[in-house]
Ligand binder design. Structure first.
Ligand SMILES: [Zn+2]
Ligand SMILES: [Zn+2]
Length: 358
């Protein structure tokens, strides 16, 4: 097998180079796989343009970015080989959040909160390269029927699934998703699959709302574009009309905008569940109407990463409960990663999700 590989090595903001680097060797507790698809996350754009820092000791590279990826097993370290867990040729997705499995937090069953976790593509090398190593406990097998680009989206889907599980949707509920990005569009499908009777998608761009309709949104609302046929000036009033004055049973905010989070509180009804998902600025504060929240017996909760939802996410793709074909909109080869990041940043061609294919 090859000794070197092509990789996009990120050094610091606006400095990433396509290089020929050594293929990583799997340690005893690792598996080496050939990357087949790696999708671009908003956080990759933020790292590349310097809006956020890496979780390396210096906050910079050199590091291979990319944390939403799938591939084919090439070489198996001693421990997983002895356990018989993986063999060359297996199709896998890697949970980039590689928790330690041993600290008190992991042992409480809260691996997303592990204090010792490494994150592929953020603090360790990730998927914008021909090969990558993962700790064996971070890998999940993928059935043959799932395409590589859909498999790569297991990571955001697993995050979306954890948040939708936290919405505790009951059959017939009115569930509202505020923010029609890739994850919001996945949440629409998951909320429908969870039994919501009415799924409402709220956003500011019609091209995204239309994809939400294809994915099962019963109602879409554009809160900004007055020319849109879906425009509503007063979201609370519109949700009230749609629910006969009961308002939403569950709301989720796949956006970091504090206004959206406060709007979620405003449109939520009696004994509703409000789930905050997107990452706000580190100084952001959400105002909660305290008395009204108590009097309506609401649950407000936050949702971070995807503890134990990976197997469910893989099954949701395999069974067709979630259709990712409308979410994968743009494709690039590895050597055009910089162009891809620029296109995603500038929303060139109305992208939802761009995927690097190998
Ligand atoms: Zn991501
Ligand atoms: Zn841990």
């Amino acid at each position: 097998m090859a000794k070197t590989m092509k990789a996009q090595v990120f050094y610091e903001p606006n400095n990433m180079r396509l290089e020929q680097v050594p293929v990583p060797q799997p340690a005893d507790d690792q598996v080496l796989f050939a990357v087949k698809a790696c999708s671009i996350c908003g956080s990759d754009v933020a790292y590349y343009y310097g809006a956020s820092s890496l979780e390396t000791p210096t906050g910079k590279g050199p590091l291979i970015l990319g944390h939403e990826f799938a591939g084919e097993v090439v070489e198996v370290g001693k421990i997983p080989a002895k356990l018989g867990l993986f063999k060359p040729g297996d199709r896998v997705v890697a949970d980039p959040v590689q928790y330690c499995n041993a600290c008190p937090v992991c042992k409480k069953g809260q691996p997303n909160l592990c204090e010792y976790k490494a994150v592929l593509g953020v603090s360790a090398n990730g998927g914008f390269a021909e090969y990558c190593v993962s700790h064996y406990t971070g890998l999940h097998k993928v059935p043959d029927g799932i395409s590589w680009e859909h498999a790569a989206l297991t990571e955001p889907l697993a995050d979306a699934l954890y948040a939708v599980n936290n919405m505790q949707i009951e059959t017939g509920d009115c569930a509202v998703v505020i923010g029609p990005g890739a994850i919001g569009l996945m949440m629409v499908q998951l909320a429908k699959a969870a039994g919501a009777g009415k799924v409402v998608l709220v956003g500011t761009r019609d091209y995204r709302l239309e994809i939400g309709k294809k994915g099962g949104a019963d109602v879409v609302i554009n809160t900004q574009d007055k020319k849109s046929p879906h425009y509503a000036a007063d979201l609370k009033k519109r949700i009230g009309e749609l629910t006969g004055g009961m308002f939403a049973d569950a709301v989720v905010t796949p956006t970091g905008a504090v206004e959206a989070m406060e709007e979620a509180l405003a449109i939520s009804g009696r004994r509703s569940r409000v789930v905050f998902f997107g990452l706000p600025a580190d100084t952001a504060v959400i105002k909660v109407p305290a008395l009204q929240s108590i009097l309506w017996d609401k649950t407000i909760r936050f949702s971070w990463l995807a503890p134990l939802t990976w197997p469910g996410a893989v099954k949701a793709i395999a069974s067709g409960q979630v259709d990712l074909s409308m979410i994968c909109t743009h494709r690039y080869p590895l050597d055009q990663l910089k162009e891809a990041l620029a296109d995603v940043k500038d929303r060139k061609g109305d992208p939802i999700k761009a995927v690097v294919q190998f």
